[in-house]
Design a protein around this ligand. Structure first.
Ligand code: SAM
Length: 474
C-alpha cells in the first residue's frame, strides 16, 4: 500500500493516506467485529497502526469506548505506574520572525513586549525555578536567527546546567526551538539536552501553509522533517505534538501516529513523548477564531487512544489545561505535566513586573495557576507519585535503550524507587508541612510495593540518606 521505510516524513504522512484512513475509519466506526479485534490487539500492549487507532477514534459506541478507557488506564499503570514527572517551561526569548497566526509572538505583533533573557537574567529565572523545587526544564524560544541564534541557545543551556543551587543543579534541559539543521541538532546534543520537542502544529499541509504565512516556519517539508534531522544529528529522544484546534482532530490524530510510525521505521525508535496542547487565548489571539476546537471529552478520548496506540511514548499535558481537565486525563495515560508555569520571558524571577507591565511578554494564558507545592500535594492526594527523576537520561538510557527498558516493563523496577527518592528530596527541601506529611506517608506506602528485596533495601537506605542531607542518588 505504502512504504514506511523508504519515504521521507513529509511523503509518508501524506494527505492521500490520511484521507483514506479517515474514510476507512468512518466506514468501520460501527463494525463491532473489527473494533473488537482492534481492542484485542491493543491489549497485547504493543500499539496500534494509525488506521486501527483511527477506527477507534471514529467509534462512538459507549461500551467500546469504556473498554478503550479501561485499557488506557491499565497500560498507563503497567508502563508508567502511578508516577507523574514534573517540569517547567522556561521562556528565553520571544523575538520571532515567523507569522504563525495563532501565536502572539508573530512578527507583526507590535504591542507585545519583546524580551530576551541575558545570561544574568537566566541565572535569576533558573534560581527562582530551583527555589520552587524544579529539576527539569523545557526551554522555549521564538525563531529569530539574529536575536536567538543557535549560539545563544547553546550559551543559555550551558548557563542553566552550570548554575549551582544549594539544593543541586537543574538535571535535564529539554529544548523546544524551531526546526533547524542537522549541524545545529548535533550541537544541541553535545550541549547535553534531554528531549528535542517540536510541535507539528498541524499535519494538514494546506492549512499549515495558511497558518504560517510568512517566515522560515512556512516551509512544511522542512518543519515536518525536523525530527529526521534531529535524529541524524544524534538526538534520539524527540517529542512530537499537534496544536489541537487548528485543523480537524481526526486528521491530526492520524498524522501524529503516522509520524511516530515513520520515526520507528526509519530510525528504529519512536517518539519519546507526545504533547497534546490546545489553543489558548493570548495577547492578540482569540482561540474561537479557529473553528476546530475540541471538547474535553474528545480531548480525553484522544489521550486514551494515544496511550493505547503508542504505549512506550510518554504523554505530556501542560498548564494550558485546567486542574479539572488534568484530573480527567491523568489516569488515561499522561506521564509528565508542567507545574507552576509562566509563559512570559522573565516571569519566574519577577512575576510582579510582568503583572504590572504595560505590555505582556506572555505566549498564552495558563489555566492551571497553582504553585508547585499545590500541584505536588494534589497529585499525592490522588495517589500519584510526583517525580522529579531525570535518571534515565543522565545514565544514558535514551532512544532505543530507554524504549527497550520501557517495552520490557523493567522501567518499573528502576523508575519507582527513583521517583520516591526525588520526591523525598522535594519533601526535605521545599514542601509545606501538609505536603510533607502527605508525602512521607506516600513514600512509606509506595516503598512497600517494590518487589525486589535488594532494590527495596537500597531505596530504604537512600531515603534515610536523603533525610540526613545527601542528594542525587540514581
Ligand atoms: N518557536 C518554536 C517553534 O516554532 O516550534 C517554539 C515553539 S513555541 C515557544 C511552543 C509552542 O507553543 C508552539 O509550538 C505552539 O504549538 C504553542 N502555541 C503557540 N501559540 C499558542 C496559543 N495561542 N495557545 C496554545 N499554544 C500555543
Amino acid at each position: 500500500m505504502y512504504n514506511v521505510k523508504s519515504l521521507k516524513a513529509e511523503e509518508f504522512i501524506s494527505d492521500e493516506e490520511i484521507k483514506e484512513t479517515l474514510e476507512y475509519a468512518e466506514a468501520n466506526k460501527n463494525n463491532i467485529g473489527l473494533i473488537d479485534a482492534i481492542i484485542e490487539k491493543a491489549k497485547l500492549k504493543k500499539g496500534l497502526t494509525h488506521r486501527e487507532a483511527s477506527v477507534l477514534l471514529a467509534c462512538e459506541i459507549p461500551e467500546k469506548l469504556d473498554e478503550v478507557y479501561k485499557l488506557a488506564q491499565q497500560i498507563k499503570k503497567d508502563f508508567y505506574g502511578n508516577r507523574i514527572v514534573l517540569f517547567a517551561p522556561l521562556y528565553l526569548s520571544n523575538y520571532c520572525v515567523n507569522g504563525c497566526v495563532y501565536c502572539p509572538y508573530h512578527m507583526k505583533n507590535k504591542h507585545i513586549a519583546r524580551k530576551k533573557l541575558t545570561q544574568e537574567e537566566i541565572v535569576k529565572e533558573v534560581t527562582a525555578l530551583q527555589d520552587m523545587g524544579h529539576k527539569r526544564l523545557a526551554i522555549e524560544a521564538g525563531e529569530d536567527p539574529v536575536n536567538n541564534p543557535i549560539e545563544y541557545i547553546l550559551e543559555c543551556i550551558n548557563t542553566i546546567y552550570s548554575i549551582k543551587h544549594k539544593n543541586g543543579a537543574i538535571r535535564r534541559v529539554n529544548v523546544n526551538i524551531a526546526a533547524t539543521t542537522v549541524e545545529n541538532y548535533r550541537k544541541l546534543k553535545e550541549a547535553g539536552i534531554g528531549t528535542y520537542i517540536l510541535f507539528q502544529e498541524t499535519y494538514h499541509k494546506e492549512s499549515y501553509e495558511q497558518l504560517h504565512p510568512t517566515g522560515p516556519k512556512h516551509d512544511y517539508a522542512y518543519h515536518t522533517e525536523a525530527m529526521d534531522r534531529a535524529m541524524e544529528g544524534g538526538i534520539d529522544d524527540v517529542g512530537l505534538g499537534v496544536l489541537f484546534g487548528l485543523d480537524k482532530y481526526k486528521y491530526e490524530f492520524a498524522g501524529l501516529l503516522m509520524h511516530a510510525e515513520h520515526l520507528e521505521a526509519v530510525h528504529g525508535v519512536g517518539p519519546h513523548t507526545i504533547s497534546v496542547p490546545r489553543i489558548k487565548h493570548a495577547d492578540d489571539i482569540d482561540p474561537d477564531v479557529f473553528d476546530n476546537g475540541i471538547s474535553d471529552d474528545t480531548f480525553a478520548k484522544i489521550c486514551a487512544l494515544i496511550r493505547i496506540s503508542v504505549p512506550y511514548t510518554g504523554m505530556i499535558i501542560s498548564t494550558r489545561e485546567s486542574q479539572t481537565v488534568r484530573e480527567k486525563v491523568l489516569p488515561l495515560g499522561v506521564s509528565q505535566i508542567s507545574g507552576a508555569s509562566k509563559t512570559s520571558v522573565g516571569g519566574y524571577a519577577d512575576p510582579e513586573a510582568e503583572k504590572n507591565a504595560e505590555a505582556t511578554s506572555e505566549q498564552f494564558d495558563v489555566s492551571d495557576q497553582r504553585t508547585l507545592d499545590e500541584v505536588v500535594n494534589w497529585l499525592m492526594k490522588m495517589d500519584y507519585i510526583p517525580s522529579f527523576c531525570t535518571a534515565c537520561y543522565r545514565e544514558g538510557r535514551t532512544g532505543d535503550r530507554f524504549m527497550a527498558l520501557c517495552k520490557s516493563m523493567q522501567i518499573l523496577n528502576c523508575c519507582h524507587p527513583n521517583a520516591l527518592m526525588t520526591l523525598k528530596e522535594y519533601l526535605e527541601d521545599y514542601a509545606s508541612p501538609q505536603t510533607r506529611e502527605l508525602g512521607m506517608k506516600l513514600i512509606d506506602r509506595e516503598i512497600e510495593k517494590i518487589t525486589n528485596p535488594k532494590v527495596k533495601q537500597t531505596c530504604y537506605e537512600h531515603i534515610h540518606d536523603i533525610a540526613d542531607g545527601k542528594r542525587d542518588f540514581r
